[in-house]
Design a protein around this ligand. Structure first.
Ligand code: HAM
Length: 415
């Protein structure tokens, strides 16, 4: 039996990498003053039918539950966030700056960078209409990636304006109920043959191609770019109107993050969605909003391909996994004393391991090294003294068993 297609098992090394990613995400989001929240993994299918747009609805893992409800595994967090914010609007001071880390499910064709489950960090700001919030959010996306040791030469944020496109479609006399479909075609145009896109766009093909060739700058985009340049982040961003985003609810500045070499799928994407909270509360709560999500799958690929980021990850994981003390039981008569010491050291916060069953002393030292222990305590002939061996320098000394705790507190916390 294997895991289902597009689903992953996380063996210990993969779990360590996942924890490393989550820890960095949390750390940087908190540095920006974001607080953590979460929603349910199962929602009413209706929530996504109404709010996410056709592409995501086609990819839903959905079923009818025992209470005859149509339910779906969450494919994204934004509709849940809008639902929660609309329900609790009055309880919080605006703007809200919320982040969340969780697993999401989309029945996609499995390919490089796209699975049927993935983890996302979502960061959203609710209740601020000014472009200052868009700038802050994009700066956060950049700093999140910098937190992994990724640099200007490794990734780029491509910034666009959904409002630019909706104004364009209005000018072209396109009916509003057709906008979503056309935006979807433009969104996919980069990954498809030009002829195929032109065919799908029909009479609009000429004018869309012209806009794409010209680049379509405007005041909003200029303000966002200036704001990021002023923070010294100009080298991480480009304007690019080819970005329109696949999801239906965006209304303003939108952006996606890609590897600089352009080999991988998007690492993150998001933008402004000023009407979603209002739509979900039938107008009862009306709050401007913006946010983005960063996925773990493409991020891990980029870290893996970037030497400096990979080394940072590996050294962090190795340091975190290591225990501090290995208790070597050289004489089985001392096992009781050794176990008392194990308990004392663990009670005082040390990472401690020991052989569960009798084992040759050489094997025990090998295990200590494999576990990355800094010190080995040998319980044997020297009792009531214990040989304390520094596994880095190889130095050894005898310490009375009653003084072991203070000796280790001194030597292991020094560095
Ligand atoms: P999204 O662009 O659909 O946006 O997804 C965000 C990121 O999640 C993508 O850039 C990608 O890294 C990752 N991702 C999405 N689908 C998959 C998949 N099948 N396999 C692996 N990774 C995947 C949203 O979900 C919006 N709700 C983001 C947002 C938050 N907008 C406002 N606030």
């Amino acid at each position: 039996m294997q895991a289902l297609p597009g689903f992953r098992d996380f063996l210990p090394s993969e779990c360590s990498e996942r924890n490393y990613v989550f820890a960095n995400w949390r750390n940087v989001a908190r540095r920006y003053g974001f607080v953590e929240w979460d929603g349910p993994v199962l929602e009413s299918t209706e929530l996504y039918r109404k709010k996410s747009g056709a592409e995501i609805v086609d990819q839903l893992f959905h079923f009818v539950d025992k209470g005859e409800r149509e339910v779906a595994m969450r494919p994204e967090l934004t509709p849940t966030l809008a639902r929660v914010v609309a329900a609790h609007e009055r309880e919080f001071k605006k703007p809200l700056k919320w982040f969340s880390i969780g697993q999401f499910f989309r029945y996609e064709k499995q390919q490089r960078g796209r699975l049927r489950e993935h983890y996302q960090l979502n960061c959203d700001i609710i209740g601020e209409a000014s472009l200052a919030a868009d700038i802050e959010l994009i700066a956060l996306a950049i700093d999140l990636l910098r937190g992994f040791g990724l640099r200007e030469s490794d990734f780029v944020v491509r910034i666009s304006d959904r409002q630019f496109w909706t104004e364009f479609l209005r000018d072209q006399g396109v009916a509003e109920d057709k906008w979503q479909e056309i935006l979807g075609i433009i969104d996919k145009s980069e990954r498809e043959l030009a002829d195929h896109t032109a065919q799908k766009l029909g009479p609009l093909a000429g004018s869309v191609t012209e806009v794409l060739a010209k680049g379509g700058e405007n005041d909003r985009l200029r303000e966002v770019m200036d704001g990021l340049r002023a923070r010294g982040l100009g080298g991480f961003v480009n304007t690019d109107v080819r970005i329109v985003r696949g999801l239906a609810y965006y209304t303003g500045i939108v952006f996606e993050v890609f590897d600089r070499a352009g080999k991988l799928r998007a690492i993150a994407g998001g933008g402004r969605y000023d009407n979603l909270v209002s739509q979900l509360s039938d107008g009862a709560a009306s709050l401007p909003a913006l946010g983005f999500a960063m996925g773990d799958v493409v991020l891990a690929e980029l870290i893996g391909e970037t030497a400096s980021a990979r080394e940072q990850m590996e050294s962090t994981i190795t340091a975190e996994r290591a225990i501090q003390v290995y208790i070597v039981i050289a004489k089985e008569e001392r096992r009781g004393d050794a176990l008392q010491q194990v308990q004392t050291l663990r009670d005082h916060g040390f990472g401690v391991d020991y052989p569960l069953v009798p084992m040759k002393v050489g094997k025990q030292f090998q295990t200590a090294e494999q576990l990355g222990a800094r010190s080995a305590l040998v319980f044997g002939d020297e009792w009531p003294n214990v040989a304390v061996k520094d596994l880095r320098s190889g130095e050894q000394k005898l310490v009375g068993h009653e003084d072991l705790l203070s000796d280790l507190q001194e030597s292991l916390t020094k560095e």
